[in-house]
Structure formats: structure tokens, C-alpha cells
Write a protein that binds this ligand. Structure first.
Ligand code: ADP
Length: 370
């Protein structure tokens, strides 16, 4: 019995995927939960739909994606009342993400009381980053009191992709240093040294770091003071602006990278600038992680943009040949797994991320079923 149901509960949607081993038996998405135009009242009804659409006979576990695990949860964790309460207590750190996970956990425990539930955290993989990589130079007492530090996200993706990269290179993961670039709607970069995260670009929340589809990425915090004090914007409005109206969307009105690239190719100025700003932050981050790691065996692109945009891959690494980094144009256009020329000091790879499979594997491992 190795069937695992993976649930990714958002505020108005639940994504699910049912695995038998690594094979997908069913997958889908229930959307517009509790929204006008949707036909699902709440998360309980969503899960009931999923349960009636899939054959859950012999289900060994439910794996839940939980965005924020704070400092407490550094591993996949078998869920009990206490674990739910602790995830709930992290809501102030992740008000946009954790409430839905708590609802998903509660509903699944109620509807599937005999199936063990495992919480798998986006933050957990980054627990190995040394203190100097997660500490900001602010008043230490304030930071400690309010749990302010870098946590990092997309951990299941970075972990999976770094391991896959070592397999592709035919090296033990313990000996492989990789810069993983997860470029989807949300985007983050991680420096992985011997299979362990040592630096990552997202921070207290997923708003930090790279320029994203609708999120600003890192900005001078003074921008927030200025918008509040001088422009008179309330804090919630500023957060909403930076989270949902920033990134390439804020710069050019499109958040889909395909649209940005098409407009750029047609000479559109705003799209050209948006693409250039996106690329510049990505290059700066790659440069920083080259310095963190020293020896880099591979740079690996993943997620929607990383897997599908030859332009982003080629242009973000252009001109780095003196550092042993190059992209072969034909391999890049063809979307090959290794897109660097043979014999490059640093391989450049493209890997399809498998976050749900990683969650299923981690859930099984946490229960000793692997
Ligand atoms: P999420 O972060 O929501 O899981 P994905 O990883 O699927 O999303 O990434 C979605 C992004 O991938 C979209 O912004 C889309 O523009 C981008 N994308 C998908 N295909 C292409 C492509 N062929 N070229 C450029 N960008 C692409």
C-alpha cells in the first residue's frame, strides 16, 4: 500500500494528485471555492468532490503542502492535534498562505480519520542554511521576539531538482553543488551544496528575492515607508500592490512571460524594460550564489519559465564563459536536459520540477513506508 494523496490547499482552490508509487493515478483542481461563479461552497465540499472523483481504496497517507513551517518544522511531520495547532500559530508569519493549509488539514483529517496525514513544508529544505544566510542585520532582540529571519520557500522543488541534477550528472548528491532556479509565477533561487540548501532568495515571506510574475522581489524597505508616509497608502494596500501588482506585471501590465517576450520581440518598451529588470535580478542572484558556493557543478532551470523559455535561460547566463558557464544555442532551443556545451566546467540543466511527487515521497518516508 503505497498510495498517497497529495493536497495543495490554497485560499480558493485545492490541487490534488493521487500517486501509486511514482505513478499518477488521478489529478485535478477544484477552483473558485466559496467564490461567486464557483459551485463549491467550502474546503470540505472541495475535498468531498476529490474523494468521490478518485478511488481512495488502500490509501496509505495524505501529504499536505504547507507553505510556512517557521523555525519549528524542519522535516515532514506526521499530523496530530498539536501539529495543527502549531501550524495555526504560524499564521501571523504567513497570513496569505497558512490559513488554507490549516483548513485543508482539518477537513482531510475529519473526512479520512483512519489515514495518516503528513505536513510537508516549503520552508523545511532551507533549515540547513547557516545563521549568516538567514539573519538580517536588524535589532537582534526584535528579530528574536517576532521570529524575523529568512525562511525560504519552494523547498520541495529545490530539493527535488538538486537531486535530479546530481543524477543527470552521474555524481553523488553529497558531492554536487547546484544553483537551482525555480522560475514560475513565483520565483526563487537556491544555492545547494552537497544536497543541502545554503542560501536562498525568498525571505520571511515569498515576496523577497527575484522579480516574479506579480511580486516585486527585493526592494529597499524605504519604499514601503515612503508609500505609507508620503503617498498615504495603508499598509494592506502597499502589501497588495507589491504582491499582486508588482513584478513584470507591475512594469508592463502582463505577468505571463510568454506575453512579455512577444511584446519585447515586437519592440514594446515597457515589456523590454520588464524583461531586462527580471533578467538583471536573476543574473545578480546567480552571481551571488557562485560566490557563496565557489565550485558550481550545475545551474538548473525549472518551473514554467525555467522549463519553457530559451530566452530567459540564454540571456540570464550570457557572457559568463570566462567563469566556465555557457549555453549551447541548439540544445537550449531544443529544450535538452543539458544545454551547456560538452566539457563545460559548470553544466547548465533544464529539469521538470515534481513538487507533488516529492511531497508524496516525503510523506511516505515520514511514515516509514518508503
Ligand atoms: P506556478 O508558479 O503557478 O506553479 P508555473 O511554474 O507553471 O506556475 O509557471 C507559470 C509561468 O510559466 C507563467 O508565468 C508562464 O508565463 C510561464 N511560461 C509557461 N510557458 C512558457 C513559455 N513557453 N515561455 C515563457 N514562459 C512560459
Amino acid at each position: 500500500m503505497t498510495r498517497v494523496l497529495v493536497l495543495n490547499s490554497g485560499s480558493s482552490s485545492v490541487k490534488y494528485r493521487l500517486f501509486d508509487g511514482s505513478a499518477t493515478l488521478a489529478k485535478g483542481l477544484v477552483e473558485k471555492i466559496g467564490e461567486p461563479g464557483g459551485d463549491t461552497a467550502d474546503h470540505r465540499e472541495a475535498l468531498q468532490k476529490i474523494m468521490s472523483a478518485t478511488d481512495l481504496a488502500g490509501l496509505a497517507a495524505v501529504g499536505h503542502r504547507v507553505v510556512h513551517g517557521g523555525s519549528d518544522f524542519t522535516e515532514p511531520t506526521v499530523v496530530d492535534d498539536d501539529v495543527v495547532a502549531r501550524i495555526e500559530s504560524l499564521i501571523p508569519l504567513a497570513p496569505l498562505h497558512n490559513p488554507a493549509a490549516v483548513t485543508g488539514l482539518e477537513v482531510a483529517r475529519h473526512l479520512l480519520p483512519d489515514v495518516p496525514q503528513v505536513a510537508v513544508f516549503d520552508t523545511a529544505f532551507h533549515a540547513t542554511i547557516p545563521p549568516e544566510g538567514v539573519t538580517w542585520a536588524i535589532d537582534a532582540e526584535l528579530a528574536a521576539k517576532w521570529q524575523i529571519r529568512r525562511y525560504g520557500f519552494h523547498g520541495t522543488s529545490h530539493a527535488y531538482v538538486a537531486r535530479r541534477t546530481a543524477e543527470i550528472l552521474g555524481k553523488p548528491v553529497e558531492d554536487t553543488n547546484v544553483i537551482t532556479l525555480h522560475l514560475g509565477n513565483g520565483a526563487s533561487a537556491t544555492a545547494v551544496q552537497g544536497g543541502r540548501s545554503v542560501a536562498t532568495s525568498m525571505g520571511l515571506s515569498p515576496l523577497d528575492g527575484l522579480v516574479m510574475g506579480t511580486r516585486s522581489g527585493s526592494i529597499d524597505p524605504t519604499v514601503i515607508f515612503h508609500l505609507h508616509r508620503v503617498a498615504g497608502m495603508p499598509l494592506d494596500e502597499i502589501e497588495d500592490s507589491l504582491t499582486r501588482h508588482g513584478g513584470v506585471l507591475g512594469l508592463c501590465g502582463d505577468n505571463d512571460m510568454r506575453a512579455v517576450e512577444e511584446r519585447r520581440a515586437a519592440g514594446d518598451q515597457a515589456a523590454t524594460l520588464a524583461f531586462a529588470v527580471y533578467l538583471r535580478r536573476l543574473r545578480e542572484t546567480v552571481g551571488a550564489y557562485l560566490a557563496v558556493l565557489g565550485r558550481v557543478d550545475a545551474i538548473t532551470f525549472t518551473a514554467g519559465v525555467g522549463e519553457h523559455s530559451p530566452e530567459v535561460r540564454a540571456e540570464s547566463l550570457a557572457g559568463l564563459e570566462p567563469l566556465g558557464i555557457a549555453v549551447d544555442p541548439a540544445r537550449n532551443e531544443a529544450g535538452a536536459t543539458i544545454i551547456s556545451p560538452d566539457g563545460s566546467r559548470t553544466a547548465v540543466c533544464v529539469v521538470s520540477t515534481e513538487e507533488e511527487l516529492e511531497i508524496a515521497d516525503q510523506a511516505r518516508a515520514a511514515l516509514g513506508l518508503a
